[in-house]
Design a protein around this ligand. Structure first.
Ligand code: HEC
Ligand code: HEC
Ligand code: HEC
Ligand code: HEC
Length: 275
């Protein structure tokens, strides 16, 4: 597979193009839909080019992440069919949320190092990290993001042999967009933890039922899993650029650090007006 990726890049684009140097140079309006954004991968535009190899004559956008048929199947542990039943590949147990998922899954799911703040950090009281004390595992929805963003799988590696049209393979994500490189999430905002469990102890975290992400509703509406308690990548980012008011696909703008102040009570009210 890896050998094929390199061969395809060299044959298709010549030696001058490095395989992971693409950067989005365009702009888009928060909440105005996926077209034209960084997640509009169907065409080459604004400095990015992750289009399908061979080309997708329909220049589809959703297909990089979702397909209507024969997408990844849940494992039997998650209620999926027994081995060999149904088309499409079976996902590992770690993936318990597969919304018709069509992009190749990262094999790194079991090996991420989660948020670390060091042995010098406070260990008890409000300033101690409850996320660390409680433990973190990236939830399935975050693993979907990481399947492109950790750079382990080519952006345009989607589809499978059970489908009508499938992609080839190509370049991995640009370095400045890599989150979780080498499976390391230790220096990224914590994800994959129970927000309520943290909030119950950390007196400077606002309740998910009152903290409001501007026009995007309560934090609760952006938590995942049974009981909607798990904080994941999608808690801060609107992958489809829909319903959000913030830049960088954020549910809420981080101008004046409004996003951070939504959850972190550091004495300033983030304000209720959307920017
Ligand atoms: C870059 C990847 C990506 C692209 C492109 C994408 N999605 Fe998604 N989609 C996701 C992820 C990740 C989730 C689950 C996590 C979440 O909702 O935050 C999701 C969830 C969904 C869901 C279920 C939850 C919900 O939001 O209703 C629907 C429906 C959906 N997508 C439709 C679409 C359609 C239609 C398109 C094309 C117009 C599209 N998506 C393009 C990544 C993508
Ligand atoms: C199919 C691959 C793919 C998936 C899946 C995916 N992304 Fe992306 N994402 C990209 C690419 C490609 C870029 C732009 C990279 C570039 O310009 O080279 C990007 C850019 C972004 C940006 C930068 C926005 C900006 O304006 O600079 C954010 C934020 C982001 N993604 C969040 C997410 C989140 C959160 C998820 C999961 C819910 C996700 N992505 C899933 C491919 C993906
Ligand atoms: C606590 C909120 C929060 C969470 C959780 C979060 N992000 Fe972000 N993310 C941000 C903010 C704020 C920015 C914009 C500031 C910046 O560029 O550093 C951003 C920027 C990005 C970018 C643009 C590149 C960059 O480094 O700025 C990508 C890609 C991205 N996030 C992906 C992810 C992925 C994948 C996850 C889950 C593993 C995730 N984010 C979880 C808040 C968050
Ligand atoms: C959706 C709510 C939410 C948003 C938005 C958010 N955070 Fe957090 N953040 C949390 C929670 C919950 C924790 C875990 C707290 C704990 O472990 O006690 C956390 C942890 C942290 C930590 C680690 C604290 C430690 O003890 O090591 C820092 C630093 C941090 N956030 C800063 C930020 C910044 C800066 C932003 C804005 C870019 C931001 N957060 C946005 C909810 C959020």
């Amino acid at each position: 597979m890896r050998r094929f990726i390199q061969a395809a890049v060299i044959v298709g684009f010549g030696l001058s193009l490095t395989s992971s140097a693409m950067a989005y140079l365009g702009t888009y309006t928060a909440g105005a839909g996926i077209n034209g954004t960084v997640h509009d991968l169907g065409t080459a535009h604004d400095g990015i080019n992750y289009t399908a190899i061979p080309a997708d004559s329909h220049q589809r956008i959703c297909i990089f992440c979702h397909a209507p048929h024969n997408t990844y199947k849940l494992s039997t542990a998650n209620g999926g069919p027994p081995a060999g039943i149904g088309g499409g590949p079976t996902a590992p147990d770690a993936f318990d949320y597969l919304p018709l998922w069509n992009h190749e899954l990262t094999a790194n799911y079991a090996s991420y190092t989660m948020y670390q703040n060091g042995p010098g950090a406070p260990q008890i009281g409000a300033k101690a990290s409850q996320a660390i004390l409680n433990g973190m595992t990236p939830g399935s929805t975050s693993l979907l993001c990481l399947s492109c963003h950790d750079g382990s799988v080519a952006v345009n590696s989607y589809g499978n042999s059970s489908q009508l049209s499938q992609s080839g393979t190509g370049a991995t994500i640009g370095a400045q967009y890599q989150i979780g490189k080498d499976n390391y999430l230790g220096n990224h905002h914590p994800i994959g933890f129970d927000y309520d469990a943290v909030q119950a102890v950390d007196t400077e975290i606002r309740s998910a039922d009152s903290a409001n992400l501007g026009g995007a509703g309560l934090v609760r509406e952006h938590l995942y899993g049974p009981g909607s308690t798990m904080m994941e990548c999608g808690t801060c980012h609107a992958v489809h650029n829909k319903g959000n008011t913030g830049e960088t696909l954020l549910w809420r703008s981080d101008i004046n650090s409004q996003l951070c102040l939504t959850c972190h009570d550091k004495g300033t009210d983030p304000g209720t007006a959307t920017p």
